[in-house]
Design a protein around this ligand. Structure first.
Ligand SMILES: NC(=O)c1ccc[n+]([C@@H]2O[C@H](COP(=O)([O-])OP(=O)(O)OC[C@H]3O[C@@H](n4cnc5c(N)ncnc54)[C@H](O)[C@@H]3O)[C@@H](O)[C@H]2O)c1
Length: 268
């Protein structure tokens, strides 16, 4: 278990904004050196700058998580500058919205490549290092949308996030006996820039939260939850306690739970 982040080296993808930024800043505040990776160079550099104020060595790098070679370059740069990797946070997610019959295949492919296969690429790149040193922690950002269905307007997103949860659970089976922690972060709504990269296909659709009236979380507090989960080797991180209640309801009565979700959607 990583009781302290002091002197540890962290890699955060999608670290230039929102939850990734919150996590990068919280990790730096906890004493970690942080490589902030983002497809947007300016964002990555700005967050790395901010993170450096905490006194650790932080730097920004351009990385497109859909590109395997970019991961390998990122790993090499981190090893050259900081000598090791302890924490890998796979955090990029994009949203394709539209009705199930209207979202084109290429949007499904983009979502699966960015949200799910990005983690497969990261595992291929970073797991050998963590396994070799026999320590470390992997954080995968999934979503409440992957835990249960509460809408049908962002299927590529929810399906990819359900897969991220399944991947993370199986990864924990593999890595825990090898002294490597795994955390699966399942946020409810968080105030970020995620809508900037949403794509829309076909008719206009509504964006529903998992529970009506849910208060959006602040990305900085989500970042602190991530640090806490690493320190306490917690697997599942839910940003909203209501999400836990819904999982219990579904486990107790799957048919009733689904019927209730249909009713809520139909009532608008
Ligand atoms: N905001 C929410 O309500 C919410 C809820 C549940 C889960 N999440 C998940 O949290 C994660 C972070 O999202 P956020 O809300 O902070 O969004 P955000 O848009 O604020 O941050 C995401 C960052 O990822 C970067 N990015 C996009 N495509 C990339 C690529 N191909 N390679 C590298 N970087 C890329 C963007 O430039 C951006 O800086 C995502 O996985 C998202 O699905 C968000």
């Amino acid at each position: 278990m990583m009781e302290s982040l002091e002197g540890k080296v962290a890699f955060v993808s999608g670290g230039g904004s929102g939850i990734g930024r919150g996590a990068a800043l919280a990790m730096a505040a906890a004493g970690a050196h942080v490589a902030v990776a983002d497809i947007d160079r300016d964002r990555a550099m700005a967050v790395a700058d901010e993170a450096s104020w905490k006194g650790t060595e932080c730097f920004g790098m351009v990385l497109d998580v859909t590109d395997q070679a970019a991961f390998e370059t990122a790993r090499d740069v981190i090893l050259r500058r900081l000598g090791r990797v302890d924490i890998v946070m796979n955090n990029v997610g994009v949203v394709a919205a539209g009705l199930p019959e209207e979202i084109p295949l290429h949007e499904w492919e983009r979502s699966m490549s960015t949200n799910l296969l990005s983690i497969v690429r990261s595992n291929a790149t970073f797991l050998p290092l963590l396994l070799e040193q026999g320590s470390g922690h992997v954080v995968n950002t999934a979503s409440a949308a992957g835990m249960f269905a509460y809408e049908y307007e962002r299927m590529p997103y929810s399906v990819s996030k359900a897969a991220v949860i399944a991947l993370s659970e199986a990864l924990a089976l593999y890595l825990h006996p090898r002294h490597i922690g795994v955390t699966c972060l399942c946020p409810g709504p968080v105030v970020t820039n995620i809508r900037q990269q949403m794509t829309f296909s076909g008719a206009a659709v509504r964006m529903r939260p998992p529970v009506k009236g849910m208060t959006p979380a602040d990305p900085m507090s989500v970042g602190e939850m991530v640090v806490d989960a690493i320190k306490h080797e917690r697997f599942l991180v839910l940003t909203h306690p209501e999400l836990h209640d819904l999982l219990v309801q579904r486990a107790n009565d799957p048919e009733g739970f689904l019927a209730e979700r249909v009713r809520i959607i139909e009532e608008g």
